[in-house]
Design a protein around this ligand. Structure first.
Ligand code: TRP
Ligand code: SF4
Length: 400
């Protein structure tokens, strides 16, 4: 009933690294060619933890947008925007907050973890507790069907599904819905009206999913219906509720987690990251000084790739033949570590080359990025406003 829209966001927390590329951006680039995608900078979310340091957000926002463009996110395919430029997200957040039990927020596992992890900050704030609720608004406002996220975000997606369900349950009942739906069925015309009622019954009484599909296809084709009647009939098929918000699905990225320079997950806070647009010399130096199998002290000692963080990078960056060469050379002491690292360096540099090229025009002329975002904000805002009209009406604030 709603298009297969994809929505995802990232907090602007500084320059992106290759872990972000392999973990998320590659996935975005893949999805943008297949479905309508909205990608946004979650600047309000950045404020939930860094509210005491407003100096970094703006810079980090523009840098991150250049990183996205460098990675291949394409503004002619996807909509790129900044969360705070679409204030409807805040309105939906507020309206959702009215009926969100506090316990739902307190129970989100990331909530207590983060408070412990970021012990240096005072996070006993209302904004931080509401983090997943704002995230729910970000997605629900576009009636998105899919949300590409990392595994750590699954509890947030689960909560937004519960919120959508609860919202539809509380507010999805239009006054006089049954009568209006019955009138819409009549307007389908005799034969189709009869089929519709049969299919509805087959679905509701016997759970016949085919019948549901057929009925939906017919509604999609029924030219004579107004949009609002079509919506009603979609809702009437499944029960007697109107779907106002859509339950989205998490879409986990298929990419493996990129190891950092020390073999742990690549992360800025571990100091083991390679920047998305880091220059070649610096990449070369970082990989050359990476730790290797600690048991391989001298060049003549054989090593064990399973104990070596460099080999983990081979697993991401090298083809089977190169990996085989590394294993052979390492375990027989046939190659030295510097030699073994070279194909990894070359592969990383080759991966970054097109990113540097794509970033250059935006570095030369930052107004290009601003124009892309201005356009994206307009497009996103139109979609958000459509949903908000229905939401306001549903909660009794239609004033029409
Ligand atoms: N919480 C997400 C993260 O830390 C960022 C985010 C904010 C987000 N709003 C979103 C992700 C909506 C997906 C959809 O990664
Ligand atoms: Fe690691 Fe390669 Fe050195 Fe073996 S040869 S220890 S795999 S860097």
């Amino acid at each position: 009933m709603y298009p297969d829209r994809v929505v995802s966001g990232m907090r602007p927390t500084g320059p992106m690294h290759l872990g972000h590329y392999h973990g998320a951006l590659q996935n975005w680039v893949r999805m943008q060619a297949q479905q309508p995608c909205l990608f946004f900078v979650a600047d309000w979310h950045a404020l939930t933890t860094h509210y005491d340091d407003p100096s970094i957000i703006e810079r980090a926002t523009w840098d991150m947008l250049v990183d996205w463009l460098a990675a291949g996110v394409d503004p002619s395919q996807a909509t790129l925007f900044i969360q705070s430029r679409v204030p409807e997200h805040a309105e939906l957040h507020l309206l959702l907050s009215m009926a969100t039990p506090l316990g739902w927020l307190e129970r989100v596992p990331t909530y207590k973890d983060q408070i412990d992890n970021l012990a240096g900050r005072d996070l006993s704030t209302y904004g931080f507790l509401g983090y997943p609720l704002l995230q729910a608004a970000d997605v629900l406002i576009y009636r998105a069907s899919e949300v590409p996220v990392g595994e750590d975000q699954l509890p947030h997606i689960e909560m937004m599904r519960e919120l959508a369900r609860r919202f539809n349950h509380l507010y999805g009942k239009e006054i006089g819905f049954e009568e209006k739906a019955a009138a819409a069925v009549k307007r389908l015309g005799g034969k189709r009206a009869k089929l519709y009622m049969e299919w509805r019954q087959a679905y509701q009484q016997d759970g016949n999913a085919d019948a549901l599909e057929q009925a939906r296809a017919m509604l999609d084709d029924a030219q004579s219906l107004t949009n609002i009647d079509r919506e009603r009939l979609f809702g009437y098929l499944e029960g007697s509720r109107k779907l106002i918000l859509v339950e989205p699905q998490a879409k986990l990225s298929s990419a493996s987690r990129l190891p950092g320079l020390d073999g742990r997950k690549m992360s800025k806070s571990y100091g083991n990251a390679i920047g998305l647009r880091e220059d070649k010399d610096s990449v070369t130096k970082k990989v050359r000084t990476m730790p290797t199998d600690p048991a391989r002290v001298r060049r003549s000692d054989p090593g064990d790739p399973a104990r070596c963080p460099v080999f983990q990078l081979h697993e991401v960056y090298s083809d089977a033949a190169t990996r085989e060469w590394a294993v052979q050379g390492c375990t027989s002491a046939g190659i030295g570590c510097i030699e073994c690292k070279q194909p990894v360096i070359d592969a990383i540099v080759a991966e970054q080359q097109p990113m540097h090229e794509r970033a250059q025009p935006y570095l030369d002329d930052p107004t290009l990025v601003r124009a892309i975002v201005a356009d994206g904000c307009d497009r996103a805002r139109k979609l958000a406003q459509e949903t908000m009209r229905d939401v306001r009406e549903a909660v009794g604030l239609g004033y029409l």
